[in-house]
Design a protein around this ligand. Sequence first.
Ligand code: 5GP
Length: 118
Amino acid sequence: MEYDQNNIFARILRKEIPARSVYEDEFAFGFHDLSPLAPIHILIIPKGPYLSIADFSAQATAEEITGFWRAVSHVAKQQGITRDGFRIVSNSGPNAGQEVPHFHVHLLGGTSLGPILE
Ligand code: 5GP
């Protein structure tokens, strides 16, 4: 599958669609999920055109990968959830229910999250 330049997160990155931003640097953009599943539910996306975590890991430069995960860590600290704990989820492909074909991680926290699968 080819990367779709008009997926919703690509459009958010181009500022064609508004998002409630919490973090931005040259590698990553963090913003509130439109339909939060936890008191803190932030999406963090790399700026490059990667479909999934597999594409990102295989195709991004080391600098992009490091920059992205540093941004994830920064947002967790910024949101004040590192002491009580948080969860990072990345859905990849149809079996995982990935809706938006631009690699993203969900950063979830602010409450006890329960088991991963219910
Ligand atoms: P996925 O199922 O692909 O892992 O998650 C996509 C996430 O993007 C969902 O949690 C959904 O609520 C969120 N989402 C979809 N469209 C938008 C949007 O236009 N703005 C924001 N902020 N979140 C969105």
